[in-house]
Design a protein around this ligand. Sequence first.
Ligand SMILES: O=C([C@H](O)CO)[C@H](O)[C@H](O)COP(=O)(O)O
Length: 426
Amino acid sequence: MNTIIQVALDLLEIDRSIQIAKEAVEGGIDWIEAGTPLIKSEGMNAIRQLRKSFPNHTILADMKIADTGAFEVEMAAKAGADIVMLLGNADDSTVLDAVRSAHKYGVKLMADLIIVEDPVSRAIELELMGVDYINMHTGIDQQMTGKDPTPVLEKMTTSVSIPVAAAGGLDAASAAMAVKAGASIVIVGGNITQSDNVTGAAKKIREAVDSKDIPEIAHQTLEEEIRQLLSEVSTPNITDAMHRKGAMKDIHTMVAGKRMVGKAVTVQTFEGDWAKTVEAIEVAGEGDVIVIYNGSRHISPWGGLATLSCLNKGIAGVVIDGPVRDIEEIRAIGVPVFAISNVPNAGDPKGFGEIGASIHCGSQNVNPGDYIVGDDNGVVVIPKERAYEIARRAKEVEKNEKRIYEEIKRGSTLSEVLKLKKWEKM
Ligand SMILES: O=C([C@H](O)CO)[C@H](O)[C@H](O)COP(=O)(O)O
């Protein structure tokens, strides 16, 4: 049997969802899922509308049922769903009553193992209780912390005899791997729905799962992955991912058009003393960002010679809560430098201050090793403990904006796409 591709519509809006589903169907997807956020936003109307628009497609209602199994299956079935999703760790009483209801209304049940501790054992129990499909799923928030549905898939597909779906951040390569591990259904959300070319994204997944060649997935270290993700997003994407936090105040690019991503080497210095700021160039390694609290808005701790030294060492950039000088040289050298302003005067190298201290720069706390990203919008600080999660979430923001951009390009407006009026706070 051919692998089934299910597109998960996790948007808040049914009209946009239907349009995206049409484009995904053109790209070769088979089943259409009313995602949990869509159902919460639009209710059973989401399922009714999808049924009407796609009379011949299998419609799955991702209800994530946790209780009142029979009642919620009935609602989804009557609205036109063919398959209803319940939570795999719902109580057995809920599962059993959902199964009875599914039989009564002629729909199938899929169990989502999103937060099940021992998914294989639970899947065996769910099959015995009468569930029709298992969904080996890593939730969107879990994906942001690096979890992945594929490692247990092979064991799962050999432990149950009902079809197993895989879900959780799948793209063409990981969907193909899931199929290789035995999944007969791949559920893809963001990598189709947030694309600016939904049909193209769906086609790519279709080709990958139908092909016998599994594309190589290049192995990256965590740091390489963080750096790559951060290099693909903008500082606005990052502050959005951080719930509008992280942006440095009053610090701007001195070298327009230059982007910077790196780990902080911090410097605390004092007004008129540039010894530690320049010594930090020896401490910093390739790809680091020197972040300086200068203690003065009028005397520069940094200039052209220091910038040239950074170029030689492969330092990713410099951020100064204070001014720079030799601005023409700095621009010509091209190392990204971010500062408050530019002035002519510097201090002297006295040697007060500290390299590697926790500092306050641009009204943000910066610790050594925090990730610093700068572009023409400004500079953001990402605490090292949350770097992977923020990088992943920023990438989601970036993808989502690409799709919105595409919809505005087709003639809509931002307010229309986001239904701003509807979502104003009551
Ligand atoms: O079920 C999902 C999630 O819990 C939100 O409701 C998603 O539909 C599922 O994870 C697939 O979406 P992606 O992870 O974006 O591929």
